[in-house]
Design a protein around this ligand. Structure first.
Ligand code: ADP
Ligand code: ADP
Length: 227
């Protein structure tokens, strides 16, 4: 369970988020929408403790992110998988290696690692491209590698910041399918997006952020609020 209580984030003098209250239950699929500069990325960065709130409380499962010391961040990150707009793959590693590299390898036998990596590559439809390097893959394929990497350790929560931002509509549809499959396995999915077509075709819980505040929170909400 994720909880934000009166969370504000200030950069220098400007508030990126102001007094946010939000609760996300295990297994939910949540879209975060809103105009550029509204605070969506700030909300995402707070979730994986890239940044700390200026005030307020953030809890994720047993972790208090507001108080968390930097040395404890890796324990939080074990429960999270993160996917970015620009994929952030390691360019000198193959598909297989990008995913295997992210895997918790401590005390795991090589066959277990190999099986798990190939399982997630099958899940995202990329087993046949396990030996390719990122620059030999399309944008959609690179994003599928990034998703495989994000889920390989079976996180409870997957967080994505504009994951279809660089992809065409057809490819975006494939990517949302994968996120929905991951969600069906019980993993929470939290996705900031500008992709109105995707949001409207695959409705889920939606919050809209405007000028640092949540102005809308709907089950199966449409991208644009019906006036
Ligand atoms: P969104 O993701 O919705 O486009 P952001 O969370 O990136 O919005 O930004 C929210 C506000 O905070 C914007 O006004 C932005 O200019 C500001 N901001 C974001 N990051 C920083 C930063 N590192 N330093 C100063 N201001 C920032
Ligand atoms: P091919 O050998 O025809 O290129 P694949 O790339 O699918 O076929 O790989 C065959 C098997 O080798 C996979 O099932 C996988 O377990 C393993 N494999 C692929 N890439 C690596 C790698 N970089 N390191 C270790 N094992 C790998």
């Amino acid at each position: 369970m994720i909880q934000f209580i009166n969370v504000s984030k200030k950069y220098n003098r400007t508030y990126a988020l102001r007094e946010i209250n939000l609760r996300i239950e295990p297994g939910e699929f949540l879209y975060i929408v809103g105009p550029s500069g509204a605070g969506k990325s700030t909300l995402i960065k707070l979730l994986y403790r890239q940044i700390r709130p200026t005030s307020g409380l953030i809890r994720i499962n047993k972790f208090n992110l507001t108080k968390m010391k930097n040395r404890n961040v890796p324990y939080l990150r074990r429960e999270l998988g993160v996917v970015f707009q620009d994929f952030k793959l390691l360019p000198r590693l193959t598909t297989y290696e990008n995913v295997a590299y992210a895997m918790e390898v401590t005390e795991k036998r090589p066959t277990i690692i190999r099986n798990r990596v190939m399982d997630v590559l099958n899940l995202v439809g990329l087993a046949s491209k396990s030996r390719r390097f990122p620059d030999e893959l399309s944008g959609g394929e690179q994003q599928r590698v990034a998703i495989a990497r994000a889920i390989v350790n079976r996180p409870k929560i997957v967080i994505a910041d504009e994951p279809t931002g660089n992809l065409d509509p057809q490819t975006s549809a494939e990517i949302i399918n994968i996120f929905e499959n991951v969600n069906r396995q019980g993993t929470s999915v939290i996705m900031a997006t500008h992709n109105s077509e995707m949001v409207n075709q695959r409705p889920h819980r939606l919050i809209e952020v405007v000028q640092g505040q949540i102005v809308r929170d709907e089950n199966k909400g449409a991208y644009h609020h019906a006036a």
